[in-house]
Design a protein around this ligand. Structure first.
Ligand code: BT5
Length: 248
């Protein structure tokens, strides 16, 4: 496994090809802060059993974190990650992507990045989180399969510029390190930034619960990162990211 030289305690590994960086990192019994990157994945995973297309050109990165907080407080980590990716992309390209609750980054309404955060417990019962990021960086639009051609985009496709993958990886790891260090501190700052970059608030959305679909108005992102929505009959619900997908 190649190692990237970065001034940090935990290693950053790079592989040409893996099934899934999240799956592999979980098996490595690695120290907190370890990063595993693949240039392409054969079985990239999304949420709820969905797949994440991972052709050459994208960045597929997993970050292991053993947080000093109870498991129930880990739910905000996806949001924190979305901010870190937003900032790393902005640092390198000057492009400010939108955040779509809970964990997508969009550019011109199309998906630029997906995040999959998986929580498990070590032998002592402490939480262990693998944060997976799939970022379409230099992916050519024709590399996307037909099913997602209309809904996916890459930074290259939207700007016409090719970006230095190593530079963006370095910025991303720095941003994630910084965010994870601050994680046990004040969440209010993150929440405010997340809210301000978020495109859901005040929009009409379609809430998908399994096979059921309901129209709703997205009201606010709550302090626990759930999304408060109001249905057409006036009833409200606070949605957890694990249960629903939003269609905007
Ligand atoms: C996600 O799931 O978007 C989370 C994706 C996380 C991928 C990273 S890559 C590194 C790490 N290792 C892994 O195995 N996974 C993580 P979800 O919100 O469920 O979205 C999945 C849906 O996005 C699919 O059903 C497609 O509609 C769409 N999609 C698939 N591949 C895409 C891509 N490359 N770009 C944009 N959209 C995509």
């Amino acid at each position: 496994m190649d190692k990237m030289d970065m001034q940090r305690a935990a290693p950053v590994y790079i592989e040409e090809e893996l099934e899934s960086t999240n799956s592999k990192l979980k098996t490595m019994a690695a120290e907190s802060g370890t990063v595993l990157i693949a240039r392409r994945q054969l079985g990239g995973r999304g949420r709820l059993g969905r797949s994440f297309e991972s052709p050459e050109g994208g960045i597929y990165l997993s970050y292991l974190l053993r947080p000093d907080c109870p498991a129930q407080e880990c739910s905000g980590l996806s949001a924190l990650t979305a901010l870190a990716v937003h900032d790393a992309v902005f640092d390198v390209s000057g492009v400010s992507a939108d955040i779509k609750w809970p964990n997508d980054l969009l550019l011109n309404g199309k998906k630029l990045c997906g995040i999959l955060t998986e929580l498990s417990f070590d032998r002592q019962g402490r939480p262990e989180v693998v944060i997976g990021i799939g970022l379409n960086l230099n992916t050519a639009p024709e590399q996307f399969p037909e099913e997602i051609k209309e809904t996916a985009c890459s930074l290259y496709g939207e700007t016409g510029r090719i970006f230095d993958a190593e530079l963006i990886i370095r910025r991303l790891v720095e941003r994630l390190d910084h965010a994870c260090r601050l994680w046990t501190g004040d969440h209010a700052y993150f929440l405010e930034r997340y809210r301000s970059l978020s495109i859901c608030r005040g929009r009409d959305v379609l809430v998908v619960h399994g096979s059921e679909r309901r129209c709703a108005r997205a009201l606010e992102i709550n302090g626990d990162m759930s999304l408060q929505v109001m249905y057409e009959d006036g009833t409200q619900e606070s949605l957890c990211s694990g249960e629903v997908s939003l269609r905007i």
